[in-house]
Design a binder for this molecule. Structure first.
Ligand SMILES: Nc1ncnc2c1ncn2[C@@H]1O[C@H](COP(=O)(O)OP(=O)(O)OP(=O)(O)O)[C@@H](O)[C@H]1O
Ligand SMILES: [Mg+2]
Length: 265
């Protein structure tokens, strides 16, 4: 994995929003099949970083390169094409209230006109099966629990078979069992589909689970990584920059004062 191509790169990125400097000189790299976990307290700039990665925000300085494309400078039409290769699960699930689960998941497939109805239906079923939610296909978002809505949002993001996934607090506000279930599905995407991800979380349990487990495709089950690489790294945002960027072992051994404080909370 160390020599896999870099699929997400921030090079010395700075952005000020309103009068607030949010990020100053942030650099990061995520290789194919790797998950980079963004940690940091509320307001640290985690969601802003994800928005920079898909060009919803543009940096004042520095470059953002995703799948080889210069996101920070490319025209809107080219960005639109690039975004089809990226799945996004926003902090709030952001489902369309007036559409059924099926139509929410099919939304980007319908939009692209490239697939016939049967193929769309098969893809929707497969994506909902991946989050164990096929049975709610004909319901509306308001009829689902928060955790189910989050899983539908993940299914929707998966529909276009993205090479990159951006997850913003996918377990936020969920009970521990549902949260663990969602993390399990994210680990499966990483290890079976080799999806490259940037994942924001407040929960250290999520981070620990990503680092400690891998998906065993043969037995279709989660297994302890047992020293094998879990293809996960961590970045801690504080004071507008990365105070830490490295592996789980390095994170726990870090003597950086903010990292130590963050891990003790
Ligand atoms: N569109 C915007 N206009 C002005 N300021 C913004 C905008 N978006 C974000 N900010 C500011 O940027 C900073 C970082 O916001 P961001 O949403 O990235 O935080 P976060 O790390 O995702 O926090 P949380 O964990 O609460 O979701 C905050 O100070 C926020 O007020
Ligand atoms: Mg946020």
């Amino acid at each position: 994995m160390a020599d896999a191509p870099i699929e997400i790169e921030f090079d010395n990125v700075s952005i000020t929003l309103g009068a607030t400097p949010v990020l100053r000189g942030l650099s990061l790299r995520v290789r194919r099949g790797e998950t980079k976990v963004l940690l940091g307290e509320s307001g640290a700039g985690k969601s802003v970083a994800l928005k920079l990665a898909i060009g919803l925000l543009r940096p004042d300085q520095g470059r953002v390169i995703v799948l080889g494309e210069p996101v920070s400078t490319m025209p809107e039409a080219a960005l639109y094409r690039l975004r089809r290769r990226i799945g996004i699960v926003f902090q709030e699930s952001a489902l369309f209230d007036s559409l059924t689960v099926r139509d929410n998941v099919a939304y980007r497939l319908d939009e692209e006109h490239a697939m016939d109805l049967e193929a769309i239906d098969a893809r929707v079923r497969a994506c909902l099966a991946a989050v164990e939610l096929e049975e709610v296909m004909d319901k509306f978002p308001a009829e689902l629990s928060g955790g189910m809505q989050r899983r539908v949002a993940i299914a929707r993001a998966l529909a276009t078979e993205p090479e990159i996934m951006l997850f913003d607090s996918p377990t936020g506000g969920l009970d521990p069992i549902t949260a663990t279930n969602i993390m399990e599905q994210i680990i499966r995407l990483r290890d079976v589909n080799h999806v490259t991800s940037l994942l924001v979380t407040h929960r250290l349990q999520d981070a620990a689970m990503l680092a400690a487990y891998r998906w065993d495709a043969e037995h279709n089950a989660l297994r302890p990584a047992d020293g094998m690489s879990a293809h996960t790294s961590f970045l801690v945002l504080h004071d507008q920059h990365a105070v830490f960027d490295g592996s789980a072992a390095e994170l726990h051994a870090s003597t950086q004062p903010y990292v130590q404080h963050f891990l003790q909370i």
